[in-house]
Design a protein around this ligand. Structure first.
Ligand code: NAD
Length: 474
């Protein structure tokens, strides 16, 4: 049982000023695996005070020292590899291999990438008539969701540290344990006191407190659009800048000359990874009319390889995060059937033999129209919608007919067509033919998918203000 009833404030583990606790549940077993304290506004005030006191020395720490600090963090992070993998599998339910190759590695890559980006980053530029200086934005409040417990926390923290911004982190209350390990890592890496503060708690208390706190200069949030809007409203009271990473309903355009077996595998992989609980997952698969039947056949062939089950056994897909999320996914599947989509695989209910745990069936809908609910709204589960298109212009039109713009994908051979689709989709990140991940590449969304860009040097920029100096003595 992991009982973490303290917050990490000013370099120490401190008791909460409140007495409320929250149980954390393993979604694969439905069993309680630990508890956290639910912080109060008083706890948050203490963390803000510590961060503000740390600001003058941390924001002026030399670039070299900040690079070394990030490198030490990456080393300490690596030492905790087994703990991180075990913890994420327990709190999120992701298969051990996914906890290692996706969750553990993403955190590691963000810290090492931030060190590399910082080495090349210029904080002062002589423009001839004036000098431009980039300075830390101040104290940053970070609010993160449950679906990537190390990725979203690490990208924000690594960038803030690179920019010299002390932080207060409020992780999602359903997956809080990975953030506790991060605090221990920062302690071991010698992060100065007050630079990293962790206050656990509810969104409407600590999250709300962060977005409206006059002592916090900048808020970086990843989560739902519903909460993102509230954060913007709250932040407007003190004219704080916000970065928002929100949802998506991303298209995968399969070109006529695509390798159909590979395209089907890519499409299934998108709904399987993290049990489809990925903001940038391709969930609308756009197929040329002429390829529809052949593609569906391939999807059905590939699907059984993606076994759903115990994340500690050799399965590819774990449970959904919670009973609430399970119910949400079921109602979207019902809606898909009601609105006339063809259920090609899966459906409502639990997969056979998996009565315990929030497991859901890998589900594929065909004959989906872009105005159906399952094509418009983010489901956040392993549900694929297959749509068809007439020609490339039609594929681009359908791709862009959404309120979101987080990501887009295109697979095929014809370079002209690949370029046309890649440059025409209105989204922050486009992937051509399963290109490799690049942690220096900016990540963020157009339209209702958010504001701002994380990762690499763009991530560092978010935690900086620009100062202009006229007549700077050379
Ligand atoms: P959520 O918005 O419910 O919660 C996110 C965080 O906000 C949690 O820490 C929560 O406690 C906190 N919160 C809740 N109410 C709050 C309030 N009133 N004020 C301030 N904070 C509050 O989202 P979730 O259910 O945890 O995550 C799923 C959503 O996150 C999906 O919509 C998904 O697309 C999105 N997401 C986006 C990205 C991205 O990078 N664009 C990445 C992952 C998840």
């Amino acid at each position: 049982m992991r009982n973490y009833l303290k917050h990490y404030i000013n370099g120490e583990w401190v008791e909460s000023t409140g007495s409320d606790v929250e149980e954390v549940i393993n979604p694969a077993t439905e069993e309680v695996i630990g508890k956290i304290s639910l912080g109060t506004k008083e706890d948050l005030d203490k963390a803000v005070k510590a961060a503000r006191e740390a600001f003058p020395s941390f924001s002026t720490m030399s670039k070299d020292d900040r690079v070394k600090m990030l490198e030490r963090i990456a080393e300490e992070y690596e030492k905790r590899k087994d703990d991180i993998i075990e913890t994420i599998t327990d709190e999120l339910g992701s298969p051990l291999a996914v906890s290692e190759k996706v969750h553990f590695m993403m955190g590691y890559n963000h810290f090492s990438q931030a060190a590399e980006s910082l080495k090349e980053f210029s904080f002062m530029e002589d423009m001839g008539g004036h000098t431009r200086v980039k300075e830390s934005v101040g104290v940053s409040g970070l609010i993160t969701p449950w679906n990537f417990p190390t990725n979203q926390t690490s990208t924000k923290i690594a960038s803030a540290f690179a920019a010299g911004s002390p932080v207060i982190l409020k992780p999602a209350e359903v997956t809080p344990f990975a953030a506790i390990i991060l605090a221990e890592i920062f302690e071991a890496a010698g992060v100065p006191k007050g630079v990293f503060n962790l206050v656990n708690g509810k969104g409407d208390v600590i999250g709300d407190g962060i977005s409206s706190h006059p002592g916090i200069d900048f808020v970086s949030f990843t989560g739902s659009g519903r909460v993102g809007k509230k954060i913007m409203q709250n932040a407007s009271e003190s004219i704080k800048n916000v970065a928002l990473e929100l949802g998506g309903k991303s298209p995968l355009v399969v070109l006529e000359d695509a390798d159909i077996e590979q395209a089907a595998r890519t499409a299934v992989n998108h709904i399987a990874t993290n049990t489809g609980q990925v903001c940038s997952a391709a969930t609308r698969i756009l197929i040329p009319n002429s390829m529809k039947e052949a593609f569906e056949e391939e999807v059905l062939k590939v699907l059984p390889e993606f076994t759903v089950g115990d994340p500690r056994q050799d399965n590819k897909v774990g449970p959904l995060i919670s009973k609430k999320q399970w119910n949400t996914v079921q109602s979207y599947i019902e809606k898909g059937v009601e609105e006339g989509a063809t259920l090609l695989a899966g459906g409502t209910g639990k997969p056979e033999g998996l009565d315990k745990g929030y497991y859901t069936k890998m589900t594929v809908f065909s004959d989906v129209k872009n105005d159906m609910t399952i094509a418009e709204e983010e489901i956040f589960g392993p549900v694929m919608s297959i749509l068809t298109y007439e020609d490339l212009d039609d594929a681009i039109r359908i791709s862009n007919d959404t309120e979101y713009g987080l990501a887009g994908y295109v697979v095929g051979e014809d370079k002209e067509a690949l370029r046309k689709v890649a440059t025409s989709i209105r989204a922050g990140r486009i992937k051509v033919n399963d290109a490799e991940a690049d942690f220096a590449a900016p990540f963020g969304g157009f339209k209702q998918s958010g504001i701002g860009r994380e990762w690499g040097d763009h991530g560092i920029e978010e935690y900086l203000e620009t100062k202009t100096i006229l007549g700077y003595p050379s």
